[in-house]
Design a protein around this ligand. Structure first.
Ligand code: AP5
Length: 211
């Protein structure tokens, strides 16, 4: 399965990607995780991405397209992958199409703007492996540390209300139009992600024809 997860910030893309990755035995490629890792490691890419991410803006297309193409060329992607957070603009969708890689399905996870603010203000993530948690809806079974790797749980720098509102605006202006792009090719499926985690996971499986 070569799958794209679309959806506004906080829709649950990272959470569902983690579940699908285990279920399907394929890796997730999250541009957000890749960029935040680069920022932490203070690489050249991280220096470029830092300001954009903290302001809730998109990192320029050429930068993101470059890192995704490089990642998709790696051996593990041949059996399938889940793209989380890419493409995010029509230009990125076109660049992906030009690679010749055939995408099977594009899942749009739909959540209202009001729910997004609630989710993102309570979100925590593992500083080491990026696994997402929520203080109320998905707390770590190990308390203050990550269930997967024992890493420290932190709040993302772009999860403050002003930046969240800006990210939502950018999503509606620049990313939502991609739905039409994939609708035309018959690959778009929709799941409503407003319900609690278990119900959303069921809706995702159903939309992808996995149950
Ligand atoms: P990125 O990391 O991709 O962030 P995002 O798209 O804004 O999405 P989030 O990670 O905030 O949310 P999510 O949908 O994964 O939700 P999650 O599962 O965590 O990108 C960050 C930045 O990087 C961008 O703003 C941009 O600057 C840059 N960037 C990345 N890709 C780029 C690209 N292609 N081009 C240009 N720039 C790019 O869930 C959220 C919370 O809700 C969690 O706490 C979770 O536990 C909880 N939750 C999940 N599902 C449910 C549920 N059903 N019920 C209750 N709680 C739930």
């Amino acid at each position: 399965m070569k799958l794209i997860l679309l959806g506004p910030p906080g829709a649950g893309k990272g959470t569902q990607a983690e579940i699908l990755s285990k279920k399907l035995g394929i890796n997730t490629i999250s541009t957000g995780v890749m960029l935040r890792t680069a920022i932490r490691e203070k690489t050249e890419l991280g220096m470029i991405a830092d300001k954009y991410i903290n302001d809730g803006k998109l990192v320029p297309d050429d930068v993101v397209v470059g890192i995704v193409k490089e990642r998709l060329n790696q051996e593990d992607c041949k059996k399938g992958f889940i793209l989380d957070g890419f493409p995010r603009t029509t230009a990125q969708a076109e660049a992906l199409s030009e690679t010749g890689i055939e995408i099977d399905k594009v899942l749009s996870l739909e959540v209202s703007d009001k729910e997004i603010i609630k989710r993102l203000s309570g979100r925590r993530e593992c500083k080491s492996c990026g696994t997402p948690y929520h203080i109320e809806f998905k707390p770590s079974k190990k308390g203050d540390v990550c269930e997967v790797c024992g890493g420290e749980l932190i709040q993302r720098a772009d999860d403050n209300e002003e930046t969240i509102r800006h990210r939502i605006k950018i999503y509606h202006e620049q990313t939502e139009p991609i739905k039409d792009y994939y609708k035309k090719s018959g690959k778009l499926v929709i799941a409503y992600g407003e319900e609690e985690l278990a119900d959303t996971t069921k809706a995702v499986s159903k939309a992808l024809g996995l149950e």
